[in-house]
Design a protein around this ligand. Structure first.
Ligand code: ADP
Ligand code: ZN
Length: 671
């Protein structure tokens, strides 16, 4: 048979394609569907992905493929199909979607350039374990039922999605581990997705100690060469278990049998740049393509997943008790309005929180305090004229950072010396308001001079490895109190932590976002889970100015079902996900007039294109942060029962409104 003469190629640009190139004689043997190649595009040489081959081509002037990137690098049909789905569903080009599936280092290592010598690998902190030393625990009744159901589906090689709902410590991870072992026995591979792998070293350690070197770990801190070698270990079938963050959903495993998505509700599964996919939903799609099982695990499932489980689309498995029957920590909610009246100022710590910190550290127990805001003061204004010091490029107030003695924009990193007088009216009455982790740290030092205090946020852990250092010091008991942002909310398991304090439960609640109640409930539940992990018991103190809010009340009683019932009825009433799907359009540009004009035109085109009544259009309206990095931003939202309803209409309207000076991004199922 004649060999193929032409290849259909897509590239990592927001252009659809595929484009046809000829295959030069020297590459005839090696270019296949899935190959990664170099091609000339415009006047540049770019990486291209071969998505199809043909014998004939109608175009006359045709360019040849320049080069094959690496003979061994070839995407399997599953991944091509998955990326095709991603490009259709999330409105990206196929080339962009494939590019997300291939680690950058593999695309580079090839183009002839040599890597500069890499620095010593930055390890995930090693929690003591011995590779492959750990063995199965005997499942309890609920775990056994879960495993029977999961293994049964796996044996039948039928695709099915399980939602494993259980509080922290209910034995979910043990169910993952034994399901993976069963897959191995059947000769099937597994992928385990975790939200942010560098923040969950203990989980990785547990998997390694159970499965040893059958595991490949993919995480963002891996340097190039290590990343490439892990990828090749997976690709060759040497590693049959892959654990990693978002992009591990594209791991080139063979015979996929199981995908686990731990903490499936986490928003970090959503990629912020094109392709804006949600790794949980991509995982379900990948498993469907490979006829594999999915286990979504969470103590606080997303409304979408729990709704799907209630509808019978997913299979719900509940682990209703903690393994050791240990009680969940007692949660106290402190009404900060009363504290304020009593203290006659805005207090940082309520009396109750102060007393409990005092007590616990005097007994050499440990305390975690949580506040989801960095910096010292988050808001500076002039007492005379009211002027607020804002970023010149973004419509947000600047945060004062005491460490750097600078005002910093948390969106674009712009920074400046704090002025001594008001830039507007020259009065010397600048007042610093608002509370960040730096200020809590300094107040802690003032109140508890005897305690050793550490802060953990992106400012304090900027340097490689410092995050791990703080954690191991904490673990060894050299730190009494940690104050941190959501960085400390996840996965940490320290038996001597008896007290968790939430400085303000209201920060997430006040965001202009329909998921704010869900986020608040999740965060509080997760933070609370850091307390009381041993016989020392535990207590959680939540400070709030809106203590009666149902998300806070439900967190008090650890009551997911009550929260879900309340929230789902609100979503239904307001026609919000999971009752619809949304697409958010952001238009941005340097000229406000122009951005508004294009938004208006786009809306008009959308209205014209909508043939049936099944799509809602909301907006245009200024984005919650209406100016960022010097660009004015407007939003339009589309809602419908399915994304498939929206896409064709959207595509037509966008094609009609291409406009220089205004960039339009499309975010499907925004988080
Ligand atoms: P989760 O993932 O829901 O937080 P884990 O699987 O981590 O729960 O289990 C919590 C603790 O209980 C772990 O220390 C684990 O080793 C232990 N454990 C889990 N299952 C069992 C079991 N069947 N028998 C004994 N201990 C168990
Ligand atoms: Zn800025």
């Amino acid at each position: 048979m004649d060999s193929y003469k032409f290849a259909n190629i897509v590239i990592n640009r927001p252009i659809e394609g595929p484009f046809t190139y000829s295959i030069p004689g020297s590459l005839k043997e090696d270019v296949k569907t899935g190959s990664v190649v170099e091609v000339s595009f415009g006047n540049k040489v770019v990486i291209g992905y071969v998505v199809g081959l043909s014998y004939k081509c109608d175009i006359e002037k045709i360019k040849p493929i320049n080069n094959l990137v690496d003979k061994k690098l070839c995407l399997v049909p599953d991944i091509l199909e998955l990326t095709k789905w991603i490009s259709n569903y999330y409105y990206s080009s196929w080339g962009e979607a494939i590019s997300a599936a291939v680690p950058g280092v593999l695309k580079k290592s090839i183009s002839g350039k040599r890597h500069r010598k890499e620095k010593q690998e930055d390890q995930i902190p090693e929690f003591e374990f011995i590779d492959g030393s750990d063995t199965h625990l005997t499942p309890n009744r609920e775990q056994q039922e879960a495993l029977d159901s999961i293994m049964g589906s796996m044996d039948a090689r039928s695709h099915r999605v399980f939602l494993l709902h259980g509080v922290t410590g209910s034995g979910k991870t043990e169910v993952y581990l034994q399901s993976i072992a069963h897959a191995l026995k059947l000769g099937l591979s597994s992928i385990i997705l975790v939200p942010e792998i560098s923040l969950t070293p203990q989980i990785v350690a547990r998997f390694k100690s159970r499965f040893g070197d059958k595991i490949a770990v993919l995480h963002s801190k891996l340097l190039g060469s290590k990343r490439a070698s892990e990828w090749h270990r997976i690709n060759s079938g040497e590693a049959q278990i892959v654990i990693g963050a978002r992009s591990a959903v594209f791991a080139p495993v063979k015979n996929l049998g199981l995908v686990v998505v731990d903490e499936e509700h986490e928003t970090s599964y959503k990629q912020e740049d094109a392709p804006r996919y949600n790794a949980r939903d991509a995982a379900i799609k990948r498993a469907e393509i490979s006829k594999a099982i999915v286990i979504l695990g969470s103590a606080t499932p997303s409304l979408e997943s729990f709704y799907a489980a209630k509808n019978g689309q997913f299979t719900l498995i509940e682990l209703s008790e903690r393994i050791d029957s240990r009680l969940l920590p007692a949660v106290d909610i402190v009404d900060m309005r009363e504290e304020m009246t009593r203290a006659k100022k805005v207090p940082i710590f309520s009396q109750k929180l102060r007393e409990w910190i005092e007590k616990d550290i005097s007994e050499r127990k440990q305390v975690i305090l949580f506040l989801n805001r960095r910096g010292f003061s988050t808001f500076i204004n002039c007492r005379k004229c009211g002027y607020v010091i804002k970023c010149k490029r973004c419509s947000v107030s600047l945060t004062y950072h005491f460490d750097k003695k600078k005002l910093v924009c948390h969106h674009c990193n712009f920074n400046m010396e704090p002025p001594e007088i008001c830039p507007e009216c020259n009065a010397a009455y600048l007042k610093y308001w608002g509370l960040g982790t730096e200020k809590v740290e300094s107040e802690l030092n003032r109140f508890f001079p005897q305690a050793t205090i550490a802060r953990m946020d992106t400012d304090s852990t900027h340097k490689r490895g410092s995050h791990d250092k703080v954690l191991s010091k904490f673990k060894d008991g050299h730190i009494d109190i940690i104050i941190g942002t959501q960085m400390i909310a996840k996965g940490l398991d320290f038996p001597k932590v008896t007290l968790v304090g939430v400085i303000s439960a209201d920060t997430a609640l006040n965001l202009p976002d329909f998921r704010s109640a869900e986020r608040t409930f999740n965060l509080l539940t997760q933070v609370a889970g850091r307390a009381g992990r041993s016989d020392l018991g535990g207590r959680v103190i939540i400070q709030s100015y809106t203590p009666q809010h149902y998300s806070i009340q439900a967190a008090k009683t650890h009551d997911y079902n009550t929260f879900y019932d309340k929230e789902i009825s609100l979503r239904k009433e307001l026609y919000l996900p999971p009752f619809c799907h949304m697409v958010s359009l952001t238009l941005r540009g340097r000229k406000e007039e122009r951005v508004f004009k294009v938004s208006d035109n786009l809306k008009a085109s959308l209205e014209k294109e909508i043939k049936s009544k099944n799509i809602d259009i909301l907006g245009p309206a200024p984005a919650p942060i209406s100016k960022m990095k010097g660009m004015y931003r407007w939003n339009i939202f589309l809602r419908s029962e399915t994304i498939e309803n929206i896409i064709p209409t959207l595509k037509k309207a966008l094609d009609k409104n291409k406009s220089s000076g205004v960039i339009i991004t499309v975010d499907v199922d925004p988080c």
